[in-house]
Design a protein around this ligand. Structure first.
Ligand code: GLP
Length: 245
């Protein structure tokens, strides 16, 4: 794992955006695996700036997102589709027909997951998979579990994740209890993984995930087994592993 230490959140966002930009420049028809959450917002802003400056062309890019809440429509401001549209898709010249997320409106979980697996198979290998890190070590919505789930599946969110994501909703009752997420096997099959982490509140998780044992109790720890992972993290997020670097 390559670790890039950055001064702060802005520095993290710029450096991580540069890595994605380089990918798009080198392979204009690349497949980007994208993530939601607050951490990648600065990175998406930066990519939009690069597009505005004429440095990036997204016209041939395909994107697949990690996850989507079950039960939310694309028009719902809390849906991940809406998030992606607001933060990136509508700001750049991406072909919306080449942007994919699980279908949160499909009530039949098996069907929704099967359809998303088919989409993932049809777009081919993801060139760079962007990931954030949940406080309990989750990636996508792969929550701590007794085993690593493989492909797209429906998850029931843990209390900790519901609490962490509650800030985006009006009340706790509004936070969906279930989501569709890419599985660990799919995430691990990306050519390269780019993980962005910021803030002292993630420092313990960073330590457990990347400097502790590989265990399904900390889903991100599986990334230790991937041969091309770049962790771009700010000083605060690396504050508990300084002596280990
Ligand atoms: C959600 C998303 C994850 C994300 C995590 C952390 O649970 N499903 O993909 O990594 O939140 O979010 P944040 O970056 O806001 O801490």
């Amino acid at each position: 794992m390559k670790i890039i230490r950055t001064k702060d959140y802005d520095d993290m966002s710029r450096k991580a955006a540069n890595i994605i930009s380089a990918q798009v420049v080198l392979k204009p028809d690349c497949v980007l695996g994208l993530a939601t959450g607050s951490t990648p917002i600065g990175l998406y802003n930066r990519l939009a700036e690069c597009y505005d400056n004429g440095d990036l062309d997204f016209s041939q890019v395909t994107t697949v997102n990690l996850d989507e809440y079950k039960g939310l429509t694309r028009e719902d401001p809390q849906s991940y589709y809406y998030f992606m549209n607001e933060n990136l898709f509508q700001k750049v010249n991406i072909n919306k027909d080449r942007t994919f997320l699980p279908d949160g409106t499909e009530p039949d979980s098996e069907k929704a997951c099967r359809q998303y697996n088919e989409i993932l198979a049809s777009v081919g290998q993801v060139d760079i998979q962007l990931l954030g890190l949940g406080h309990n070590g989750h990636i996508g919505f792969n929550e701590p579990d007794s085993f690593f789930k493989t492909e797209t599946h429906c998850v029931t969110l843990t209390e900790q994740t519901i609490q962490a994501n509650r800030r985006f909703f009006e009340s706790e009752e509004d936070v969906p209890r279930q989501a569709y997420t890419m599985g660990i096997k799919t995430i691990m099959s990306a050519r390269r993984i780019l993980l962005v982490v910021s803030g002292e509140d993630k420092a313990e998780t960073v330590k457990n995930a990347f400097f502790g044992p590989v265990t399904p109790q900390v889903p991100a720890s599986v990334l230790q087994l991937h041969n091309d992972v770049i962790l771009v993290a700010d000083e605060a997020a690396l504050s508990k592993v300084g002596e280990l670097l």
